[in-house]
Design a protein around this ligand. Structure first.
Ligand SMILES: [Zn+2]
Length: 256
């Protein structure tokens, strides 16, 4: 198979542009601001940012990471997210070829990135990623026909119900909210992309990552756990490797 010399750079360009948009979502959704109005402006001097100063990655490099007007530094987070998105979309196009599965992978990765960063910074997961992502996931599942849609619906219900029960049980046991509503809605969205088996794998993987990485940190700092980060990482891995892992697990259960 020869790599797609037109499709992959094209995917990278789209990824960078959507990365620019994701930066806006990451900045504005937690504050309940409109994502279209007003247009991009410098957070320090409030001057609008012209289109030529808003090109993904390039403008930040050309301007030396500073606002053209007030020369205040612009966070390196902006070009980093645009670059990450460009690589994510190129990887999807390279791995799956020019088809709807590649688009689904890229869109899912975009939602997960937005969730992970927002949860890390604000301890919340906006509905636009979860309920909005659920609708997008159900639409994209139609690439597998009605059966694809059915699997996506079952996956979404499974994710929602399991986390709902875990959250309710956690509240009973610990007497306080152990898991946010955002995590519950997030797993409905994830289920639409990875199906019910993928949901189980995601919850298992997310809990494992969370326990290994965050519990030691939390014991030291007594900080809240942004569980969405670990669920997001596990969901992404499940999308790419889930089928192999489930197959391997079933073989093992059946005794080879
Ligand atoms: Zn400025």
């Amino acid at each position: 198979m020869t790599p797609d010399v037109i499709g992959i750079p094209f995917a990278g360009l789209f990824g960078a542009l959507f990365g620019s948009f994701l930066n806006v979502l990451i900045l504005r959704l937690p504050k309940d601001e409109s994502i279209v109005y007003p247009g991009s402006h410098c957070p320090r001097c409030d001057k609008p940012i012209a289109w030529y100063d808003n090109l993904p990655v390039l403008s930040w490099v050309i301007l030396g990471g500073k606002c053209r007007h007030c020369r205040e530094p612009i966070s390196v987070q902006y070009p980093l997210i645009e670059l990450t998105m460009a690589m994510l979309w190129m990887a999807a196009a390279w791995h799956y070829g020019p088809n709807l599965t590649a688009l689904t992978a890229a869109v899912f990765g975009t939602l997960l990135l937005g969730i992970a960063i927002t949860d890390a910074r604000h301890y919340l997961i906006p509905d636009e990623y979860t309920w909005g992502g659920l609708v997008i996931g159900l639409l994209l599942s139609l690439r597998g026909g009605w059966d694809g849609l059915l699997q996506a619906v079952i996956g979404a219900v499974t994710g929602f119900v399991i986390l709902y029960v875990v959250a309710a049980a956690g509240e009973k046991v610990f007497g306080k909210e152990a898991m946010g509503g955002g995590d519950i809605k997030m797993m409905a969205m994830v289920g639409a992309f990875v199906g019910w088996q993928g949901v189980l794998l995601t919850i298992f993987g997310g809990s494992l990552l969370g326990t290994l990485i965050f519990v030691p940190l939390q014991l030291k700092q007594k900080r809240l756990v942004p569980f969405g980060i670990f669920l997001a990482a596990a969901a992404g891995l499940t999308f790419v490797f889930g089928e192999q892992v489930i197959e391997w697990y079933m073989d093992w259960v059946m005794g080879g």
